[in-house]
Structure formats: structure tokens, C-alpha cells
Design a protein around this ligand. Sequence first.
Ligand code: DX5
Ligand code: ZN
Length: 224
Amino acid sequence: MTVRITPSILNADLANLATEVGRIPSADFIHIDVMDNHFVPNLTIGLPVVESLRKATTTPLDIHLMIADPDRWAPGFAEAGAESVTFHMEAAHAPVRLARELRAKGARAGVALNPATPIEACATMLGEVDMVLLMTVEPGFGGQTFLDLVLPKITAIRKLVSAANLDVWIQVDGGVSVETIERTAEAGADTFVAGSAVYRATDPDAMVKQLAGLAAAGFARCGH
Ligand code: DX5
Ligand code: ZN
């Protein structure tokens, strides 16, 4: 089994995104945080920036939609060529229909859960998605402290995915760093967003590689 590092550009220099993405060639995907000031109390970047980034890099794009009414907006990101589009279960009106629509448009479909949302919210539709994103901070901002209370949720969803023999990636997002990534992988995560840890590092690509090594070591002890 393989682990993936999907750095978030939220803490990069937003005036020089193409350059910033070019600093992390070892990234498996580029994680792009789209916020609408409704679902979360922050406003970031939207579809036009994603369309421009799609032309600026060959690294696959991992869109994290922290927006209300993803049923309306998510398919546009798949049409823009994003390889993965994740919407929040707390915001979706018809999550099964939306996941199917994203897949039909050629994207991987992901569902995200806030820290306090139980995994049962998406357990019945694991066969409809390619990734489950478990937030390890309250969504909205980079640089927050990792919430250890999410670790049992990671283990529980990993058990469900293994028991059903599904190829669903388990992603974590928020406070992932050299201090937290190993125990997160050991709990069962295989895909890791890291924002400030990567872009505050002197050498962001070396940090991506270091995180990948630590994640692989932790995941080897996961037992699933
Ligand atoms: C937070 C975003 C994250 C954020 C992570 O709501 O979804 O992707 O950029 O930043 P760090 O790694 O600094 O917690
Ligand atoms: Zn994110």
C-alpha cells in the first residue's frame, strides 16, 4: 500500500501560485482549499484560479470544497480538469448523486467530514467514493493544532474500507506535520494534506519527502 502527500497551497504565496507549486515536484497532488465564507468563515480562491493552475502544472489537483451547496458548484471543478474533487457531507444535499456526477465527469469523488461529524454520515456510501477526508482541525484556516480526537475515527473508517475490500483513500487535513503524521498513518490514513508544515519549511520539497517517509513508516504499522 502506498501513501500520498497532497500539500495545501493555502499558506503559499498566493501572488505566485505557479512558482509555489513548482517548488514541490514530489507532491502527489496539489490540495486546493476553496472556501465561500458561508460554510466556513473564510474566503479563498475559486474556479478561475483552479482553471489557471490546471494549465500551470502537470501535478494532479485535489480540490477541497469548503462551500455551501456543493451540488451546484462541485461539477464545474471536475469540468475544469481537477483529478479529485471533495465536498463536505455537512453541506451536500444529495451526496450520492453528486459523487456519481463527479465520477461521470472523470474526477475522483471525495467526501469530507468535520471533526465532530461521525463516520456513519458517509458509511453507507463508501462504494460511491474514491476518498474520505477526515478533517483533523475545524475547517477554515491553515496553521491550526491537530485534533487527536479524530484518530479513532480514522481507525474506524479504515476498518470499514478494509472489511468491504474497497480502494478508498483515507485523507487527513489539518495540523499534519513531522510531529503528527506518523501516528495519523498508524491509525489508518494513507493520504496527507500538509499546508504550513510544507510552505513554512526552508525546503518545501524536502519536507514533502520527509513527511512521505514518516507516513510510510507509520502506515506499515497500521495493520490493515
Ligand atoms: C483548512 C484547510 C487545510 C489547510 C491545512 O481548513 O482545509 O487544507 O490548508 O493547513 P495546515 O496543514 O497548516 O493545518
Ligand atoms: Zn483542505
